[in-house]
Design a protein around this ligand. Structure first.
Ligand SMILES: C=CC1=C(C)c2cc3[nH]c(cc4nc(cc5[nH]c(cc1n2)c(C)c5CCC(=O)O)C(CCC(=O)O)=C4C)c(C)c3C=C
Ligand SMILES: [Fe+2]
Ligand SMILES: [Fe+2]
Length: 345
């Protein structure tokens, strides 16, 4: 039997809500060339000179409004998932963050402490969809650290699961109880990315955002097309829940800067929906596996305020998968089945 370990990889949070910690986190995050994809000098000027100094105090206040006594929701929920998955295995399960702590090295070393003759680590990125700024950077960083410290174990990566039946079922099960209440529409709000990233990721260079209704026309570009993958998740989960077409729509949130990002923008639709007769709204955020700043603050606080202010009557945020039993079972099942290296980023 191969001696294995598991690492769940998420985005990461600041160490605390202190402005200095938020500044350090934002600096690491936004200096990532797969997030702000500008040449180094321009990126450094933009990030260190403009974005971080202005954004850090505002982000720190936002984090303060959602912080739990145990720490950042994203980290706490990732740990809870780790514990729930661990109950099903003798082999060790650890978590690692792309930015901040715990770092990949800490996670690898903890696995080695528990299994000194470790032969393989199975890595599950906690991102259902492929984006250069999420899945790709997380996987590449885990590989970079693995190479840098010359770890001897093999690293196996679980590919994006945006259309995987177990993921879709878990998502549907987590949403189902909320459909019992009276609602006009369910909004599937995904983290956005700049349109530029979609063009960049198009291996054909002639499909994404160029062909009419590109995301519904077969293309090899879809293996790395975040927009396509989010549409597929929405359509599969809506079908699983038997939602009529007029009962759901998809938007993109969290735009940063002035460049065009994927549309429609969540905040704009939240403002428009009440005038279209949508007074009772449910919101789900399937791009996030764990609740985080973007769901708890941007949607549940800010988004709710925008919607109610525009004339909406009720706004219900559906929690992310977190430690939903169907999600834990899905992760456990994949780890048991998975030993195939299927993705090459
Ligand atoms: C779906 C996964 C994510 C993608 C894709 C993504 C792209 C992306 N994000 C930024 C900028 C920021 N994102 C921030 C927070 C944040 N982003 C994700 C996930 C994706 N980001 C998560 C889970 C979180 C929450 C982290 C937490 O601690 O709870 C932030 C920090 C907070 C803030 O100041 O708003 C920034 C900044 C860009 C620019 C981008 C694509 C280019
Ligand atoms: Fe983000
Ligand atoms: Fe596409």
């Amino acid at each position: 039997m191969t001696k294995k370990g598991i690492v769940l990889v998420n985005l990461g949070s600041p160490d605390s809500t202190e402005v200095k910690d938020v500044r350090r986190y934002l600096d690491e995050f936004l200096m990532d060339e797969r997030v702000i994809d500008k040449p180094y000098i321009l990126r450094a000027l933009l990030v260190k000179g403009i974005i971080v100094p202005f954004r850090a105090p505002k982000s720190a206040a936002a984090y303060k409004s959602i912080w739990w006594k145990e720490g950042s929701p994203l980290i706490v929920l990732s740990k809870q998932l780790q514990d729930a998955v661990q109950k099903n295995f003798d082999m060790p399960v650890e978590i690692a963050m792309r930015y901040g702590n715990p770092s990949p090295k800490v996670a690898y070393d903890k696995l080695l402490q528990q299994v000194p003759d470790l032969e393989e680590v199975i890595m599950l990125p906690l991102y259902p969809h492929y984006a250069m700024s999420s899945y790709e950077t997380a996987v590449l960083y885990m590989k970079e650290v693995h190479k840098k410290y010359n770890y001897r174990f093999k690293l196996t990566t679980i590919e994006p699961y945006y259309k995987n039946t177990d993921y879709i079922n878990a998502l549907a099960e987590s949403i189902k109880p909320y459909l019992q209440q009276d609602f006009d529409k369910i909004l599937f709000s995904y983290h956005g990315v700049p349109e530029r990233h979609i063009y960049k990721g198009d291996i054909t260079k002639q499909h994404c955002l160029k062909v009419s209704d590109c995301c519904h026309v077969d293309s090899p570009a879809h293996n790395q097309c975040y927009r396509h993958q989010t549409f597929i998740t929405t359509e599969l989960v809506a079908a699983k829940l038997a939602l009529p077409r007029e009962k759901f729509e998809q938007t993109f949130q969290s735009r940063l800067g002035r460049d065009p990002w994927l549309t429609p923008y969540t905040a704009k639709r939240l403002e428009e929906l009440p005038a279209e007769g949508v007074k009772k709204l449910l919101v789900a955020c399937p791009a996030f596996v764990s609740d985080c700043l973007e769901t708890l603050e941007e949607i549940a606080e800010e988004g709710k305020e925008i919607f109610l202010h525009a004339g909406g009557e009720s706004f219900t945020m559906i929690p992310c998968l977190n430690t939903h039993p169907f999600w834990v079972n899905a992760v456990v099942k994949w780890i048991k089945e998975y030993a195939v290296e299927t993705i090459d980023v």
